[in-house]
Design a protein around this ligand. Structure first.
Ligand code: RB5
Length: 157
């Protein structure tokens, strides 16, 4: 029996309303949601939440992450600092399709100021139903992993 998909969620104040809607949508699909906050609408700094979600995905506590700020840009930039994370900003379904099919992205980032709930649902559906194609894309994704390794080794020298 396959286990439930686990998705880690996080946002800042500009993504908070969309996070609440995305959480309800994911739960309605039977997906286990780990909400890393914030729990209420308050002005917060997006790197704090991006790091929590990224750490959860990198440690395999969650299968995917979904992060929301105003544009989806800041949370993705921050999440991509965590080794093993491939966060992609997708405010349209085509980006979501290619982020999964070609980049094997493991964190979806969306902009609460750019993406309405109906579009976000379509983006999430595309993300969840698109498999990584592998093949030539696998070699490129492996090279992304090597960048992580190379630069973390430098740091510890
Ligand atoms: C917050 O005002 C805004 O800068 C943030 O949500 C995000 O869009 C940053 O990338």
């Amino acid at each position: 029996m396959s286990r439930k998909l686990r998705i880690a969620l996080g946002a800042d104040h500009a993504g908070f309303a969309l996070k609440e809607r995305v959480r309800a949508y994911l739960q309605s699909k039977g997906i286990e949601v780990q909400d890393h906050g914030p729990a209420a609408l308050e002005r917060v700094d997006y790197p704090d939440y991006a790091e929590r979600v990224a750490a959860s995905v990198a440690s395999r506590d969650a299968d995917f992450g979904v992060l929301m700020c105003g544009t989806g840009l800041g949370v993705a930039i921050a999440a991509n600092k965590v080794p093993g994370i491939r966060a992609a900003t997708c405010n349209d379904t085509l980006s979501a399709y290619f982020a999964r099919a070609h980049n094997d992205a493991n964190v979806l980032a969306m902009g609460g100021r750019l993406t309405d709930e109906a579009t976000a649902r379509k983006i999430v559906d595309t993300w969840l139903t698109t498999e990584f194609e592998g093949g030539r894309h696998a070699r490129r994704v492996e090279k992304i992993g090597l960048i992580d390794q190379n630069h973390h080794r430098e740091k510890s020298l």
